[in-house]
Design a protein around this ligand. Structure first.
Ligand SMILES: CC(C)(COP(=O)(O)OP(=O)(O)OC[C@H]1O[C@@H](n2cnc3c(N)ncnc32)[C@H](O)[C@@H]1OP(=O)(O)O)[C@@H](O)C(=O)NCCC(=O)NCCS
Length: 190
């Protein structure tokens, strides 16, 4: 069961559903998906995945990304490394269903996550890290307003090659595409 917590153009963000563990285990065991993620080295079956989803759903600020058209979960997005003093966090996102890649679903979901982070949690900055070979992710992040701020040189070694880990961030005053602001403004009018 999913709930429409934050609604975008193509997806909505819902509290996570641990019953999705089989689906997630399938996605995470697909090297095309997981070679872009830190957990590629891990062996994850549906039982381990259930525990991971249960933990994530209890931790703050993790959401299932759900397709508005058919109410199907396609991945997840969430915050970690949360720093309440400096109001900053790191964001992680993955769309496990490859049929959805490159069609705007990731940027729609990320936009909602940033809206929540800046306009509900009142955070000031959000950062992320991605591998330099993940061009689709880098393009997606730039589209929602992330800027490249540096690189951890040769921080990733895979398939006999060394790659940089790209660091990107966005500040609250750089985020313009808020639908939460529109909702609050509407409440004021009526
Ligand atoms: C990274 C991810 C979340 C992006 O979501 P998405 O829905 O695929 O991204 P979007 O469609 O919103 O944006 C992708 C952009 O890259 C472009 N793109 C698509 N395929 C591409 C490719 N093979 N190479 C380079 N750019 C590509 C798209 O054209 C789009 O830019 P545009 O809209 O300006 O044309 C998703 O692809 C994913 O989960 N991948 C697997 C796991 C992963 O990499 N997670 C991130 C780890 S840091």
């Amino acid at each position: 069961m999913y709930f429409k917590k934050l609604i975008g153009e193509m997806v909505y963000l819902s509290p996570m559903n641990p019953e999705d563990c089989e689906k997630y285990a399938e996605w995470i065991n697909d090297i095309e998906v997981s070679s872009n993620l830190g957990l590629v080295k891990k062996q994850i079956n549906e039982f381990i995945e259930r525990e991971m989803l249960q933990n994530l759903s209890k931790q703050e600020f993790n959401f299932a990304i759900v397709d508005k058209k058919n109410d199907e979960a396609i991945g997840s997005v969430g915050l970690f490394q949360i720093d309440y003093i400096n109001r900053s966090a790191e964001v992680g996102i993955f769309i496990g269903n490859k049929n959805y890649w490159g069609k705007g679903y990731g940027s729609d979901a990320l936009n909602l996550m940033l809206d929540f982070t800046f306009n509900i949690l009142n955070f000031n900055s959000v950062k992320l890290k991605t591998y330099s070979y993940n061009s689709r992710a880098i393009n997606c992040y730039k589209k929602v307003g992330f800027k490249e701020v540096g690189a951890l040189r040769e921080g990733k070694i895979i398939a006999g090659e060394k790659y940089d880990i790209i660091v990107m961030d966005i500040l609250s005053n750089e985020f313009k595409n808020s639908y939460i602001k529109k909702i609050v403004n509407l409440n004021q009018i009526y």
